[in-house]
Design a protein around this ligand. Structure first.
Ligand SMILES: C[S@@+](CC[C@H](N)C(=O)[O-])C[C@H]1O[C@@H](n2cnc3c(N)ncnc32)[C@H](O)[C@@H]1O
Length: 296
């Protein structure tokens, strides 16, 4: 029996923090913002204060702590690695969807994949390699997998593999389960739903599970984009890193893009989110479409 989908992050029945927790001093907010930025690159300005209160109040409740200063003391104690992971899991914004920003998937199947096919050697297969960086709960990675599979399966000369990474361990658990609820499938074309998912009924309604052969084409793993260790051994044909850089400041974003450039093969493509344009900020990439860039 396949596993049940792990629980998604849910707002508690009453998502407002209870009064004792609503008070977050400047000092505690700054300490949390500093920890978050140094571990993830995510910049939390003052405007994110209420977000910090509402997302971390449930951690205080779970730990039985009475206020944020106790929580900050715990986080800074040097003995709270597991809680640091939990805290970061709560702070990250994981909004995603299947085939989000659909023009990117159209560009991929109409421009990128035919170009790669034309570069295939006359003898032997061509192996396509791609990365969904900041994959959240996996919808982006599976949308890429379906696009790659649709294109490559009738072309025996093309094989593909996908790397999908995120910092948030809860999201990675969801992603590798490959299980989604009925309401998450609303925009999925019916033919893809039937072709790539098994449906089963559970007490809460229908659950859709990605078919194992497709799931096994993707390697899910934890990777922090502000750390070293970017894929280098096999240069990548394209990278999707969408709606992730928006949380970083300018220099951090620049540094990450430089590392993506090094991971791409010459001629490889980088796809960013709709509000993450690199216009005027990067000379190593050519803009070839809306938030689509190519390494010369
Ligand atoms: C808004 S989601 C975007 C998901 C997907 N790419 C999309 O566009 O639908 C942003 C994701 O980036 C991840 N993230 C944030 N900071 C990160 C970091 N330093 N390293 C890796 N992933 C990070 C978050 O955990 C979150 O799942």
């Amino acid at each position: 029996m396949p596993p049940n989908p792990p629980p998604r992050r849910q707002a508690p029945a009453n998502s407002r923090p209870y009064p004792a927790l609503a008070c977050l001093s400047d000092q505690d907010f700054n300490a949390i913002a500093h920890l978050v930025e140094s571990h993830t690159g995510i910049h939390l300005g003052q405007a994110k204060r209420n977000l910090v209160i509402s997302r971390l109040s449930r951690r205080l409740r779970a730990l039985g702590l009475g206020d944020f200063s106790q929580y900050v003391t715990l986080l800074c104690s040097g003995r709270a690695d597991a809680e640091l992971v939990e805290m970061i899991n709560q702070i990250t914004t994981n909004k995603t969807d299947f085939f989000r920003e659909p023009h990117h998937f159209k560009f991929l199947s109409e421009q990128v994949l035919p170009t790669l096919e034309n570069q295939a050697p006359r003898l032997g297969p061509k192996h396509l390699r791609a990365w969904s960086a900041g994959c959240s709960s996996g919808e982006e990675a599976y949308s890429l997998a379906m696009t790659l599979e649709q294109f490559c399966s009738p072309r025996p000369g093309l094989t593909w593999k996908l790397l999908a990474t995120d910092l948030d361990t809860n999201m990675l658990r969801l992603a590798s389960s490959g299980c989604y609820l009925h309401e998450q499938m609303a925009k999925m074309p019916r033919e893809l739903l039937f072709k790539y998912f098994h449906r089963r009924r559970e007490s809460g309604g229908y659950v859709y599970e990605v078919k194992p052969y497709l799931r096994h084409m993707i390697s899910f793993g934890k990777f922090n984009l502000i750390h070293a260790g970017y894929p280098r051994r096999t240069p990548l044909d394209f990278i999707f890193c969408r709606n992730v850089l928006i949380y970083f400041d300018g220099p951090q974003k620049q540094a990450i893009v430089e590392k993506f450039v090094d991971s791409l093969r010459p001629g490889g493509w980088l796809f960013l989110g709709h509000s993450e344009s690199l216009l005027h900020t990067n000379r190593k990439l050519l803009c070839v479409g809306p938030t689509i860039y190519r390494k010369p």
